[in-house]
Design a protein around this ligand. Structure first.
Ligand SMILES: Nc1ncnc2c1ncn2[C@@H]1O[C@H](COP(=O)(O)OP(=O)(O)OP(=O)(O)O)[C@@H](O)[C@H]1O
Ligand SMILES: [Mg+2]
Length: 478
């Protein structure tokens, strides 16, 4: 087993290789451009019960899987005790495990331990001597130390390209230090198998709490998510796969961490100029393209040429269906961190509308239709035009102006005619504030869309809006 990163967070990032197999391919460039999690949207996701600290897994198939993993990955058994499987993604299987060598390392990542070490002793009991008290304290401390420490072991599928794996590990190590981003503890490689070791983060399945969230709950949730996004974006990193299963949230502790940097990239990694960067100065070029387009030449209702000789547009489309920003769908070649803001907006719309998944398209064309249905033909055409391309549709249900987010929420929560007397139950003031924030996340033009730093200053997320001693505030599931 080869340690890829020291467990002491203070030691800088370094990689120790076993001899690199010369046949190992370092491609991945092309693959990354199209890498997509379409095949397994959140709807089909398997449910994993939270494995309680003591519980052992009874499922014989899983037992066998874990046994095989332990046997084939040399050295893992001495370091970790596998407890169960907590996730199975497109690119990895994630196990919960006990860290057997915890005591031998600096564990800067362990927030729980940090909180415990701030523990103060209870007031002295009358009859206890100083020595008795000291012993009691030591005993209590020792008990805390003996508590098993859990980690999440992410076994990355061997089919992932080495460059992609290295990218995830490098980006994660860059983001150490932000409490809202799940830090990388260490990583190991044995032959072609790489595992990343992360602190285990207890969380609740999104589907179990999102319908019960009040607006104050949403404010806490999104403050945590946008804090993570801000830290990520400040490092010039796009996450590319913001969605509920990648933001692990514990409603009881009101704390969340961003995970899964498998599709993340440095901003500008696959950059090519796009007309959206030039603002109004690129009008002429946009007009020229529009004029020469097939749609203008043939008319949209006549369809498209059978043998289309135009070069196809290529851009990074990695992400999960339903969460892709319009510029990703329009294959913008200068995508920025703003794509994550759009996806976070989809999460907020999901919660406000109590519908998951909110968008449920089978492919990118359907995804465009869904967005156009809400925002209307006019805005969608403007958005396409911004990136030097066109959007045309003859679908009668797509109106020119679309609908307001407020209307969409009333419809999807059956409040437009929900009252017994058939009257509308309007949005509350705090819901309206959430909608105003959401509209800033849903600017079709990424240049106008709110940034994570600006979002944290928005009335919806600004910390002064709520406080811990606010009696009114309560948290779902808490
Ligand atoms: N640190 C952690 N603590 C607890 N559970 C975790 C942790 N990291 C990942 N998981 C669980 O494993 C699941 C999959 O992890 P991750 O998203 O990193 O893998 P993936 O293969 O990229 O998944 P996907 O394709 O679903 O995005 C998560 O949704 C979560 O339920
Ligand atoms: Mg994931």
């Amino acid at each position: 087993m080869t340690a890829i990163r020291s467990r002491n967070a203070k030691i800088s990032f370094e990689i120790h290789h076993d001899e690199l197999d010369r046949t190992e391919s370092l491609d991945g460039e092309d693959q990354a451009m199209e890498e997509s999690r379409d095949e397994r949207g959140d709807v089909q996701e398997e449910e994993y019960e939270d494995i309680s600290d003591e519980e052992e897994v009874a499922d014989p198939v899983l037992q066998e899987d874990m046994l095989k993993f332990q046997e084939t990955f040399k050295g893992i058994r001495e370091r970790f005790r596998l407890i169960g499987r907590i996730g199975e993604g497109t690119f990895s299987t994630v196990y919960k495990a006990e860290d057997l060598l915890y005591e031998q390392y600096h564990n800067e990542w362990d927030l729980e331990e940090k909180e415990n070490s701030q523990w103060t002793s209870p007031p002295l009991r009358k009859r206890r001597t100083g020595l008795q008290h000291a012993l009691a304290n030591i005993d209590e401390y020792a008990q805390q130390r003996r508590r098993p420490k859990y980690v999440a072991i992410k076994k990355i599928y061997v089919t992932s390209s080495p460059l992609r794996i290295l990218n995830e590990i490098e980006l994660l190590s860059k983001l150490q230090g932000c409490d809202s981003v799940c830090p990388l503890i260490t990583a190991f490689r044995h032959t072609d198998q790489v595992v990343a070791v992360l602190p285990y983060f207890k969380h609740t399945d999104f589907r179990d709490y999102f319908r019960m969230m009040t607006v104050p709950d949403m404010q806490i949730y999104f403050r945590s998510l946008f804090t993570a996004l801000n830290a990520t974006h400040e490092e010039g990193i796009l996450h590319r796969d913001i969605k509920p299963t990648n933001f692990l949230y514990d409603p009881a502790k009101k704390r969340g961490v961003l995970v899964d940097f498998g599709l993340a990239e440095k901003e500008g990694s696959d950059y090519k100029p796009c007309l959206c960067e030039g603002g109004s100065s690129r009008h002429d070029e946009r007009r020229r393209r529009l004029h020469n387009s097939v749609a203008v030449g043939m008319g949209p209702s006549n369809g498209y040429p059978k043998n289309d000789s135009r070069p196809s547009r290529r851009a990074n489309r990695a992400g999960t269906r339903g969460f892709r920003a319009p510029e990703v769908l329009f294959k913008c070649t200068a995508q920025t961190t703003k794509i994550d803001i759009w996806s976070a907006g989809v999460m907020l719309l999901t919660i406000l509308s109590r519908r998951f998944p909110f968008f449920n398209s089978a492919d990118d064309v359907e995804a465009m239709i869904e967005i156009a249905t809400i925002f209307g033909m006019k805005k969608m055409k403007q958005c396409a035009y911004l990136h030097g391309t066109m959007f045309e549709s003859t679908i009668p249900t797509i109106s020119e102006k679309g609908f307001s987010i407020e209307k969409i929420i009333l419809w999807s929560t059956c409040r437009n005619d929900g009252g017994k007397d058939g009257g509308e139950i309007p949005l509350t003031d705090e819901e309206k504030l959430a909608v105003r924030f959401l509209e800033r996340c849903f600017e079709l033009d990424p240049n106008k869309r709110i940034s994570a730093a600006e979002a944290l200053e928005h009335d919806f997320l600004r910390e002064t809006v709520y406080s811990d001693d606010d009696d009114e505030m309560h948290m779902v599931g808490a």
